[in-house]
Design a protein. Sequence first.
Length: 535
Amino acid sequence: MVAEHNNKNNVGGIKRLAKSSAMMAIATFLSRVLGLVREQAMAATFGASGLTDAFTVAYRVPNMLRDLFAEGAFSSAFVPIFTEERLKDPLAARRLLWSLFILLGTTTGLISIIIIFTAPQIADFLTADKFFGDFNYTYDDKQRMEITVSMIKLMAPFLVFISLSALFMGALNSLKFFFVPSLAPAFFNVVMILSIWFLPDYLETRNVHPIMSLAFGVMGGGLIQMLVQVPLIFKVAYGPKGPVKLFTQATNRIINRVGIGTIGIATNQINIIVSTILATGTVLGAVSWLTYAFRLFQFPVGILSVSIAGSNLVHFSDKWKTGEYEEAKALLKSSYLLSFFTIIPACVLLYAMARESVHMVFERGAFSVEDTIMTTKALYFYLVGLPFYGLYKIFAPTFFTLDKPKVPVFISVASIILNIIFCILMTPEYGFSILALGASLSMIFNCSLQIVFLKKYLDLKMGFFFDKRLLKVMLAGSCCLALTKFLSKIFFHYDHGFISKAFVFCMIGFSGASIYGIVLLVLGEKVALKKIFRK
């Protein structure tokens, strides 16, 4: 009877995981589609140039810090402790939320002010000599420098908005509300798209460079992304409730965990800084090519892996904190298998039609054929690590629930150090695209170490991670790759009209996905396929 009860709990937990993952995936899918539209608008309007590189460098400043105060260390530290407090005392959890709102808002606000006052020094530090000319500045070099500094200043407060948005998202996910928080980034993308479409001409009439429309879009989008979640916070009765104590046992635990995570984040930021400097030191446009490739690479990661990982963190934390350890392990295995079943066909299809994808998404307006070729080179290297990015999103937060926050931090440090060494040695000879390969190899190494430690802490057999079903996924993926590549060479023609190309592109993708499903069906994965299609 006990075994039957536990089995029912496992099935129920996995169903809830699948449902919440699906809700997040739907919202994230919309957000990612709009994100691609945003990148299309940016590519068509501004292309891949020194000015788009300037925006990318400027945007990287608040983006680097958001890893610490938003999606990275903070979220991983906040969700398990907030869940623990909620299970014990919902009122205490409510006060914890608003204590962190004040602490996080104040901290990121002060950092934003520092960024504004040190913008010239930051811009100079993040770029190599080739980006602004070899010491003898031309007019264009000086203008690019001024624009970069202006954008850094304008986008500094974005850090505040995105950090508070992540705080609300973590709280709502812990309360089992997934759709609206996952949809919030879509509003950011909408504001960005509208800014790109409508602001450049207006700014030009005010003697402001049109590229600044991107910075205004980031600011407005970040604010809206935070605000759209506030009504739901009040609706679920988690609005401000006094008295609010800024420093409690719970807040101190979160701060300590974030402090530990800072080591990994700091190392990661060094990695980003080194990669940015190396990219700006190769050729103008390199930062933009890497960014466009990364956007395409992030599309399946954002829709599938982030959704599964976010849902897993909440459900795994619930089960682990209530002592249902076997159920928690079953959820973890279900999460990583679901990640592989969905991410492999996405990876294979994108790899088989890499150039076609870049051409269809970006090649219009100011984005040239040369830009397509260069972006495709980077995309190939990013895709090498795509399945492991999915695993990383699932495994890394798990250590925080296990009260082992130092482990993923030091694994990340080791991985990033290897990546930095690899990139410094290889970039001068192989160019900017090798930076994408370095990122992929680093992630493969990171996930391998995470598996070793999870095996130890969860008392798992290695077969837990190397399930025989993965061999079926690999075989199905290989068939998908071969068919898609074959069909692309025969039927896709770059000189045809857009509608014709779009139809052929979709049919090739559908054919590849179909053969993937058929092979899995033949290999006995009918139940898994049914679950994926149903959800």
